[in-house]
Design a protein around this ligand. Structure first.
Ligand code: KG4
Ligand code: ZN
Length: 335
């Protein structure tokens, strides 16, 4: 089965073609990051307009790279939420129009399912049941995935998402957008034990909170400014390293506790923050010690892309069939 999927929920215009839910024939991502970085974050109106400009060429390139014509595609999928409404509308409308005009079934995909199913595109797909941590710019979710589309939400963030915390700290330190990769780059040269930032709610269930950590970073910078060290490179590097290690500590502790509590020996970590090198190392080491099988997709499948939407659509179609063309976008779509 050949699936063409479109993804425009935030600031990436993406289209991908995959075969049999597993084999990526093409995975094209046109990132708007450069434009948005001028403003320090994503501007929703600009995102929608840029998706409208890019969606047609991106779909054409995805088909060309897959060396497939539209009439060979069996199913067309599009992200319908959660995300920015205007941005979602572009990809969802394009996917429904392509499906309708070519007489193909349409599948509406929840972006969060996409992050989960990114792990099914790798050589060793996860086995059920598994614990899944999704850490992105908009979400920090801890899930118990019993089977396809049988998911229990164990916990989520009470305030900022993990990626959002990286982005806000980077903005405060004038490092630019997106914050995650910038903070990680600075942290490589820093001392992670110089500042002891809070590990919030560590012993309190599966919920996360990152806004106190962000405030602690701001207070530290203000203190350093008083001591005339605020803008020094060394101080910024040490703050980034200490901040990054606080985020990774909390994510790893709670996620591995969930594996133990539920007696689950398979873990999936996905979403943009799962590109982080320290996070990948920390989870690998902890899972090795505990005999837990770990699936973290390669970085280009962790950040937003359409191959993961196609993978989710494949299993959605097998389990639940097609979605009606009357399906509309929902910026606050839950799992
Ligand atoms: O999954 P994603 O591409 O988009 C959303 O669905 O939000 O995630 C983007 C987020 C941004 O907040 C970005 O700063 C973060 O992922 N991110 C990282 C890294 N690369 C991207 N965070 C930490 N370390 C990284 N290397
Ligand atoms: Zn995402």
């Amino acid at each position: 089965m050949i699936i063409l999927a479109l993804e425009t929920s935030c600031d990436e215009t993406a289209a991908a073609v995959i075969r049999d839910g597993r084999h990526i024939l093409s995975n094209v991502v046109a990132s708007q990051m450069k434009r948005h970085s001028q403003y320090g974050g994503v501007i929703p109106e600009l995102a929608a307009r840029m998706h409208a400009e890019k969606i047609d060429p991106v779909v054409r390139i995805a088909l060309e790279q897959a060396d497939i014509s539209l009439n060979k595609v069996d199913l067309i999928a599009g992200t319908t939420g959660p995300g920015l409404e205007g941005a979602l509308l572009v990809g969802a409308c394009a996917a429904k129009t392509l499906a309708h005009c070519n007489g193909k079934p349409f599948v509406s995909v929840n972006h969060l399912y996409g992050h989960i199913y990114a792990s099914f595109l790798e050589n060793d797909p996860p086995s059920f049941p598994f614990i899944c941590l999704i850490v992105s710019g908009g979400h920090s979710l801890l899930l118990l995935v019993r089977d396809h589309f049988n998911i229990e939400l164990l916990g989520q963030t009470r305030d900022d998402a993990a990626g959002e915390a990286f982005d806000k700290v980077a903005r405060y330190l004038d490092l630019g957008y997106p914050g995650g990769p910038r903070v990680e780059a600075q942290a490589k040269h820093g001392n992670a034990s110089r500042f002891r930032f809070p590990r919030a709610m560590l012993k309190e269930g599966y919920e996360f909170s990152f806004s106190g950590l962000k405030t602690a970073v701001i207070q530290t910078v203000q203190q350093l400014e008083k001591e005339n060290e605020g803008a020094s490179h060394a101080a910024v590097n040490d703050i980034c390293a200490s901040f990054q290690s606080a985020v990774v500590d909390v994510l790893a502790y709670k996620t591995l506790k969930a594996c133990t509590d539920y007696g689950v020996s398979q873990l999936v970590v996905s979403g943009g923050v799962a590109c982080n090198g320290l996070l990948r190392e920390a989870f690998s080491a902890a899972c090795r010690d505990r005999n837990i099988a770990l699936a973290i997709p390669r970085p280009e499948l962790c950040t937003d892309n359409a191959a993961m939407i196609a993978a989710a659509a494949y299993y959605h179609y097998q389990t639940l069939g097609p979605s009606p063309l009357t399906t509309t976008v929902n910026p606050a779509m839950a799992l």
